[in-house]
Design a protein around this ligand. Structure first.
Ligand SMILES: *[C@@H]1O[C@H](CO)[C@@H](O)[C@H](O)[C@H]1NC(C)=O
Ligand SMILES: *[C@@H]1O[C@H](CO)[C@@H](O)[C@H](O)[C@H]1NC(C)=O
Length: 495
């Protein structure tokens, strides 16, 4: 296609996400050139732009023409599979790029790959951004949450475009310059880890309501719809309500009951947990959600285990019966509160992971601003992110969300319900690893004295690792075994 004037921006990689983001940009009035090695993808995108009333979108089959169709300094978004395809696409395009031009990788890339590419691009004078894009296919088309990190100049060059293209919420567009280096990718990774946690917690709420409360899919649809009008209002609660409503076209009942209970994953949740371990940050709720995905994958083993343990005398029915009848109304209200409190703890973990990485890398991440850009567009968008934003605005050095005075009050109000739900689930033999992890995190964090003294004593006994005392400074070592024998002997002597 011929275009006399030059395009403001380019996009390479026209799978559905790429196509949708390109159409979104064109619709906001920014002329865009698009490219894909598979030329049919280019033609498909051009046809879609024509269908949507002639959006200013121009297709190119040759990478050179594509690059030369852009006004300088050029900005090119690439949306291809993370890893090697990104390097290949950069290699194809960078031959035609000139100093000052920028590459913006919109994939779910490992942050260190972005940092490597930033240094590889710099000798040629090329700028580089690693930009997290959340919201799925629909978000890309209607307004995603964007998390760009890397070259500030590259961001400034397209800030007007990104601000228009991103989801819009009451306090602005869901985009901000996240920070230097791989900060944008890292923030997107933690976003996905939090998303794992949210999905796990919702699935546990479902399990308790269904298995202990005996609620039908219709009941669940109504409850989630109702929850979506209150403090839990969020994209994930909303879509969950919809899921319960869909009938199975191949048989009786609803589709959700026919879906194999095996969860897939693409790796960002695992990276989040690995990073938490690297940084010595506790992220038990996110880790529990990852573990649950692993265990869900062992479908055949679990079926066999169910048989073996039933033979051994562990019965689901007996466990369920052991907790007796429940007051449904109260259970529903308790589960709502347990879900909310568990969520706060999960977000606290994600935020603390971001802060730890920011300190290690000198990224200067603004946690309140990150909560703000997650308010719209992305998968974890939720009303309650506004409260997180405000908590960090009130106190930027808040060590943990749960000690913000407002969240602390909310936790206090909900802890009774939370403990009832977890206790009930444990009694009934329903695993709630996410809710339990959040509650344990809460109880561990809020207790000023933990049994860690005993662990220190053990370490000192077998490894002379030394310990500190609560009543005097310094580091101490004790000959535990010898003293224990002496005192045994002493005890003996008295007898
Ligand atoms: C083009 O399309 C194919 C197939 O959809 C995809 O695998 C490839 O990564 C795309 N991107 C580029 C830049 O060619
Ligand atoms: C921020 O929170 C910490 C921990 O609760 C507290 O010590 C500090 O005084 C707070 N700062 C402000 C400005 O409120």
């Amino acid at each position: 296609m011929e275009s006399a004037a030059l395009s403001r921006i380019g996009l390479a990689g026209l799978a559905v996400m790429g196509q949708n983001l390109a159409l979104n940009i064109a619709e906001k009035g920014f002329p865009i050139s698009v490219y894909n090695r598979t030329t049919s993808k280019v033609d498909e995108t051009v046809a879609r732009a024509a269908d949507e009333g002639g959006l200013p979108l121009f297709g190119h089959h040759s990478p050179r023409e594509f690059v030369l169709s852009l006004s300088r300094p050029r900005s090119i978004i690439i949306l291809v599979k993370a890893g090697a395809p990104v390097d290949q696409t950069i290699a194809t395009l960078s031959r035609f790029l000139e100093p000052g031009d920028a590459i913006i990788d919109g994939g779910n890339e490992w942050y260190e790959n972005t940092e490597r590419r930033i240094s590889e691009a710099s000798p040629q004078g090329l700028l580089y951004l690693g930009m997290g894009v959340s919201g799925g296919e629909e978000g890309a088309r209607r307004g995603p949450s964007l998390m760009p990190g890397g070259s500030r100049q590259a961001f400034d060059n397209v800030a007007d475009i990104l601000s228009k293209v991103a989801a819009q919420v009451d306090d602005g567009p869901c985009v901000t310059y996240v920070g230097p280096g791989g900060a944008g990718n890292f923030v997107k990774m933690v976003h996905n880890g939090i998303e794992y946690g949210d999905m796990q917690l919702i699935s546990e709420a479902y399990d308790v309501l269904k298995t202990v409360g005996g609620l039908s899919n219709q009941d669940l649809a109504n409850i989630f719809d109702e929850w979506n009008r209150g403090e839990l209002e969020s994209f994930l609660i909303e879509i969950t309500a919809d899921i319960f409503k869909v009938k199975d076209e191949h048989g009786e009942g609803e589709l959700v009951d026919k879906i194999l209970d095996k969860t897939g994953m693409k790796g960002t949740g695992k990276w989040t947990v690995q990073q938490a371990a690297e940084l010595s940050v506790a992220a038990p709720t996110i880790a529990a959600s990852l573990d649950c995905r692993y265990l869900s994958g062992l479908k055949e083993e679990r079926e066999a285990a169910a048989g073996v343990l039933e033979q051994a005398g562990i019965s689901n029915e007996a466990l369920r019966a052991s907790v007796g009848a429940v007051d449904k109304k109260r259970l529903i209200d308790d589960v709502r509160q347990a879900l909310y409190a568990s969520k706060i703890c999960s977000y606290a973990q994600g935020m603390n992971l971001l802060r730890a990485k920011s300190q290690e890398k000198g990224w200067n991440l603004n946690l309140g601003e990150l909560a703000r850009i997650w308010k719209g567009g992305c998968i974890i968008r939720a009303r309650f992110l506004d409260r997180i934003k405000k908590a960090y605005e009130r106190n930027g050095s808040l060590p943990n969300l749960i000690v913000d005075p407002e969240f602390a009050r909310e936790m206090a109000q909900r802890q009774g319900a939370w403990r009832r739900v977890v206790g009930l689930a444990i009694g009934a033999g329903i695993s709630t690893p996410g809710m339990c992890a959040s509650l344990s995190y809460f109880d561990t964090y809020r207790r000023s004295r933990l049994p860690a003294n005993l662990v220190q004593a053990q370490r000192d006994l077998f490894g002379a690792h030394t310990y500190e005392r609560i009543d005097r400074p310094g580091s101490f070592h004790t000959e535990w075994t010898k003293l224990a024998r002496q005192s045994e002997a002493g005890v003996g002597a008295h007898n």
